[in-house]
Design a protein around this ligand. Sequence first.
Ligand SMILES: O=C(O)[C@H](O)[C@H](O)[C@@H](O)CO
Ligand SMILES: [Mg+2]
Length: 391
Amino acid sequence: MKIKHVRTRVYEWRGKVVAPQSHFCTNAVDILYERGDAMGSFRFHGWLVVEIECDDGTVGIGNCALAPHVAKKIVDEYLAPIAIGEDPFDSEYIWQKMYRRTLAWGRKGIGMAAISAVDLAIWDIKGKAVNKPVFKLLGGRTKEKIPCYASKLYNNDDRDAFLAEAQGYLDQGFTAMKMRFGYGPKDGAKGMQKNLEQVRLLRELVGDDVDIMLECYMGWTLEYARRMLPRLAPYEPRWLEEPVIADDVEGYQELKKMNIVPISGGEHEFTVYGFKDLLERRAVDVIQYDTNRVGGITAALKINAMAEAWSVPVIPHAGQMHNYHLTMASTASPLAEFFPVFDVEVGNELFYYIFEGEPQPENGYLQLSDTTPGLGLTLSDAYTDSFHIVE
Ligand SMILES: O=C(O)[C@H](O)[C@H](O)[C@@H](O)CO
Ligand SMILES: [Mg+2]
């Protein structure tokens, strides 16, 4: 079996977009003085789809959402020539070739996201070639079904609307949900009180039998997070996510060492080397790589093994099939993130408009088929009129 052709397309969403409410999510840009759409550069309204065709006609599908046009260029110019002609079952060798040939500039960030997209397509091929779901190639079923948490609840100062969304997840049977803070250091004591009010109201609504997770999306500082942790402790969040930027590993270490609220991170970290550093420095209580960024399934599988050795749970970023297969196949991964299906807003939900095959939860659990080969995704044609597709 040989890789014959690599096709890359960027799906640009042209359909309806729901403008997010003000202060809907803190983020790394918040410390800058200019106003405007701070979360603008964290939107996912374009998505790279990579299709790899083999000489026997098998086609594998991969994807990545970070800077999709740049990732497309990297795949077209650098990675496709490396993969073509190789046996897809030599996935480790192909991964090493892609990594080492682009090491000068691709070891983190968009270079690794592009490698991830190719690697996902290769694993999809391997599953299809042996007529097995990918998780069966990664160690198999470790769970009867996958527990998941509802992940949206962007801050809304209309507290009735915020709580109505949370009530909806309770009504659907979720026993865990993640909210986004709307305020950070720039918003002073008043903003801090709004953050605390938001958590208090959510905890009062859901009670003590539901886990709540708190997302900062890199929008706080170490000083602000130090002040918030003791104030958040009474609400017993399952974790506080990305309180500081990914490069501030010392900040992560210090917050974790305070041992007040578990600290999670990793969706902006890459390869086994990035997670070796986080683990050895005991910087996180929960690892949250995204398989379509971190180095694909080839890298994620190795990180799961490292996390198991360090007893650090892996709860991958994003509710998408490429992450679910890893969670299903690892006892180090107790839970999956689930992005509820909504009108397109930030774009986490765009995946549902491009692909068919994503499982929908029942009472807070997801199920993967034992018989659907590969990753289990096909390209949807239900929304083609709402996409501008760049070949
Ligand atoms: O943890 C997450 O789901 C991410 O940080 C979100 O994708 C991001 O859009 C912020 O909500
Ligand atoms: Mg996050």
